[in-house]
Write a protein that binds this ligand. Structure first.
Ligand SMILES: Nc1nc2c(c(=O)[nH]1)N[C@H]1C(S)=C(S)[C@@H](COP(=O)(O)OP(=O)(O)OC[C@H]3O[C@@H](n4cnc5c(=O)[nH]c(N)nc54)[C@H](O)[C@@H]3O)O[C@H]1N2
Ligand SMILES: Nc1nc2c(c(=O)[nH]1)N[C@H]1C(S)=C(S)[C@@H](COP(=O)(O)OP(=O)(O)OC[C@H]3O[C@@H](n4cnc5c(=O)[nH]c(N)nc54)[C@H](O)[C@@H]3O)O[C@H]1N2
Ligand code: SF4
Ligand SMILES: [Mo]
Length: 756
């Protein structure tokens, strides 16, 4: 019997362990997809600490997508209206290198941009940082995490002095109260939800609160669902704080010893009495009070959040306002408690460690800090001053940079911006103007390939070896177990080859990804995300390991037993002893700020960037369904998944539907100030009146006129620069009866046009 390969699921940030077996098993028929390709067998890895053998439908079916519609060779065309022709790697890379050299001497390095992804492995991220930020001297590397986790990054950094989710999944089974806000955990982080749900069901005293304008499957499971109006989270959170203060549910010892800024904060929350908050949020006062009571009476409160919080023009303020509740009640650094952002993508966490956003550097360092720059320059063997002190272009600034002509080369890898960016018509117009776009992806076509001059075939998960870090800071080695198709190469190899061709032979002198990782870990020494104790060898031998994992404690580190953590929090922080290696961060009550204290943030609510009005009376929110992954490059090619979720839809409350004479299944035009789409109506009480929902998944290749982001706007949080992808103002117009039939044929045709 063949030994299974142990690896990590390449979809969501839960990071479930997988075991993969070859398609052919002795004595059994070989599994094949519709095209006859043999399918590898996938099952949960029981030894993986994060998932304990569980997986969801996406992980379970991943192998079926691996061979379909792959991009196998480099392709080139001179202009976007020409067809692609196959090219050699040599030709494609020379074109890129020549363009980079030309831009360095004409427009300068800051006209070179790379837009990457939380679906990179850490090695891919790291080499991209070294190439752009180190060798080329531009910080213009940003990732789709800008659309995803950047508000969480900014919130942690401002409140605690550094990034890093402080909790771990064991907290799901140790909490007295789970506070889920802006997260549809049941559909988007199913195995996290599964662990929480089992604990919740087993223990009647354990409470679950869900804050979401929609009654999602997550909300269905809750003791208390607060269906707030979109964009009123800060009102709600300040309102809960107001009641906690009024009722005296404070951890004054923690506030005095471990925090700063509490008094300014109390001044702000004074303005959030329950009557005002309940009205603004559109919820009942007694439900608000119930939420505050659950918070106050629980020993251990664990907050979980994702895009309903982060994707907001006040995203950082929302994150910090959640953290405030934890600080005022001392709910951090102890088992079962803490603010816990659920990471979206499989390795967005590794990206943060490797410095994969335009304002950061490897090892949780920031571009603006001269000492941080000097440290990285030294480790990279660069002359002082090589790294620019200016944060690079964030994702949206790359789009506006194309409009203004300041971007001379846009290199996109492992993301599909022609579906996922806000204000999509504007995004596409900007992409049309790009002097040179390189697009490095595993599949062809995707919506973005239509805007590329050069296509580079990427080896994906299973075809390259690398590491990924999940939401709870657990690092898993993902070994290669299949050959890449055609001439596809690992992302890091492509970046390194370009680096060498630019003359940085020494800097990119890596023979394999293990060597890349070994260099990367050196940049984390004595940083909050210290992983100097990790190596491929150790990850192979010991399996997944959580950080921090510094070198000196080799042998006894990694995931520690519960026994070491049972010390009561106050006893721990009295000693003020730095417990460096723990499952949780901040168990000693010392934060990464200069004075070691966590910072309260006093934020008033601002509401939505584009509130509804008479002309556009509905708030549109955009999110995910359980079965599909993002822009469907993989899940759109899996039969079982397409059967379950064949087409996009618009969720609307029966009251609103009645007013507009909308019936189930009827095609509805949705208009925003920027564009329109056509979706079949799904009438459901699961959505609040006044709000409508469409899924983000269907791009131009998969359905006709059902691109959610044609409607959204790019207004972003001024701190994290994360766009408000979760809300815009829209109006609804039912398609004329005589056109209903014609339109539905359209949608069917679009779906069929993508061969699987
Ligand atoms: N099945 C599946 N799972 C995934 C993914 C996928 O594509 N498919 N993608 C992964 C990625 S990258 C990410 S980022 C995560 C996203 O995971 P989630 O954030 O859980 O998913 P979303 O559906 O984007 O949005 C979550 C919820 O936010 C709510 N919401 C909207 N506006 C507001 C608001 O103003 N306040 C509050 N409190 N809530 C609001 C929406 O109603 C929605 O139910 O999922 C990951 N997991
Ligand atoms: N309105 C609205 N818009 C949103 C969101 C929302 O909630 N609402 N969510 C936002 C969020 S949180 C996210 S994370 C983004 C996601 O949006 P995208 O990043 O655009 O979506 P994906 O479909 O995951 O794109 C990943 C691409 O990488 C390719 N790929 C996979 N593996 C590899 C690899 O190893 N190497 C290379 N080079 N390519 C690979 C896949 O084929 C695919 O084309 O969407 C954002 N957009
Ligand atoms: S929960 Fe996330 S990581 Fe786990 S199997 Fe599903 S998609 Fe993969
Ligand atoms: Mo995401």
């Amino acid at each position: 019997m063949t030994e299974p390969t142990k690896t990590l699921c390449p979809y969501c940030g839960v990071g479930c362990g997988l075991e993969v077996l070859p398609p052919a098993q002795p004595g059994k028929a070989t599994n094949r997809d519709q095209q006859g390709n043999p399918i590898w067998q996938v099952r949960g890895d029981r030894s993986h600490p994060s998932s304990q053998g569980k997986i969801c439908v996406k992980g379970g079916t991943i192998a079926e997508s691996l061979d379909k519609n792959r991009l196998k060779y480099p392709m080139i065309r001179e202009s976007l209206d020409q067809p692609f022709r196959r090219a050699s790697w040599d030709e494609a890379l020379e074109k890129i290198v020549n363009r980079i050299q030309e831009l360095r001497t004409t427009q300068g390095s800051d006209s070179i941009c790379m837009y990457g992804s939380g679906q990179f492995q850490t090695e891919d991220y790291y080499i991209a940082q070294k190439l752009l930020k180190g060798c080329l001297g531009t910080n213009n590397f940003d990732a789709n995490s800008r659309l995803c986790m950047s508000s969480a990054v900014a919130g942690y950094t401002q409140s605690f002095g550094s990034d890093g989710p402080p909790c771990c999944y064991d907290d799901l089974e140790l909490t007295d109260c789970a506070f889920l806000i802006g997260t549809n955990t049941a559909e988007c982080h199913p195995i996290v939800f599964n662990r929480l749900r089992v604990h919740h069901k087993k223990n009647r005293k354990v409470k679950m609160i869900v804050v979401d304008p929609r009654r999602t499957p997550t909300a269905e499971a809750a003791d208390l669902h607060l269906a707030i109006k979109p964009g009123t989270d800060i009102d709600l959170l300040n309102g809960i704080a107001h009641l906690l203060l009024r009722w005296g549910y404070l951890d004054t010892l923690f506030i005095d010893e471990c925090t700063q800024g509490f008094s300014q904060y109390t001044e702000v929350i004074q303005h959030y009495p329950p009557e005002v908050v309940a009205r603004k949020c559109g919820i009942r006062i007694d439900l608000l009070e119930q939420a505050a009571r659950y918070w106050g009476e629980s020993e251990r409160v664990l907050s979980l959040w994702s895009m309903g919080v982060n994707q907001s023009s006040e995203g950082t303020a929302k994150v910090r306002t959640i953290i405030n509740l934890h600080l005022m009640t001392g709910n951090i650094g102890k088992p079962g408690a803490g603010p816990f952002s659920l990471t979206g993508q499989p390795n967005a966490m590794g990206g943060r460690e490797a410095g994969g956003l335009a304002h950061i550097l490897p090892g949780y360092r920031v571009v603006k800090n001269p000492q941080h720059r000097a440290e990285v320059e030294q480790l990279w063997g660069l002359t002082p001053g090589s790294i620019s002190p200016n944060p690079g272009k964030d994702a949206w600034s790359m789009i506006t940079g194309l409009e203004t002509g300041t971007v001379g080369l846009l290199w996109i890898a492992a993301t599909n911006p022609a579906v996922s960016m806000p204000d999509l018509e504007r995004t596409k117009q900007a992409l049309m103007r790009s002097p040179l776009t390189v697009y490095q992806d595993a599949y062809y076509p995707t919506e973005t390939s239509a805007y590329a001059h050069i296509l580079l075939p990427a080896a994906q998960w299973s075809e390259k070896t690398g590491t990924m870090t999940n939401s709870e800071r657990v690092v898993t080695l993902c070994p290669q177990f299949r050959e890449p198709p055609g001439e596809a190469k690992a992302d890091w190899e492509i970046f390194a080859e370009v680096g060498r061709r630019l003359g940085f032979t020494q800097e990119f002198n890596f023979t394999n990804s293990e060597a890349v990782y070994a260099e990367f870990v050196q940049l984390t020494r004595d940083r909050p995300c210290d992983v100097t104790g990790l190596s491929y060898q150790r990850l192979q031998q010991q399996g997944p390991i959580q950080w921090p994992c510094p070198l000196e404690e080799e042998g006894e580190i990694g995931r520690k037993g519960e026994a070491e953590e049972t010390g009561i929090f106050s006893a721990l922080f009295k000693e003020k002893k730095q417990e460096k290696v723990a499952k949780r961060l901040y168990t000693d009550g010392i934060f990464n700020t200069p004075d070691g204290r966590a910072k309260f943030a006093a934020f008033h609510s601002k509401g939505l960037a584009e509130p509804p009005n008479n002309e556009y009376p509905f708030v549109l929110t955009v999110g995910r369904v359980y079965e599909h992954w993002h822009t469907m490059t993989r899940t759109g090619r899996i039969e079982k998944i397409m059967k379950k979720q064949p087409q996009p839809f618009l969720e609307i409350h029966p009251r609103d539907a009645e007013q507009l004479a909308i019936e189930e299944g009827m095609l509805i035009e949705i208009h925003s100030r920027r564009g329109k789409g056509i979706f079949p109506a799904r009438i459901t009480k699961a959505i609040a009146p006044g709000t409508v929902f469409v899924p983000m998944h269907w791009g131009a290749l998969w359905a006709e006129n059902a691109e959610a982001n044609v409607l959204t706007h790019p207004e972003a949080c001024p701190i994290s620069l994360e766009p408000e992808l979760k809300a815009c103002a829209v109006k609804l117009i039912p398609v004329k009866p005589e056109l209903q039939q014609e339109r539905s044929l359209f949608q069917q045709k679009a779906k069929e046009s993508v061969s699987v």
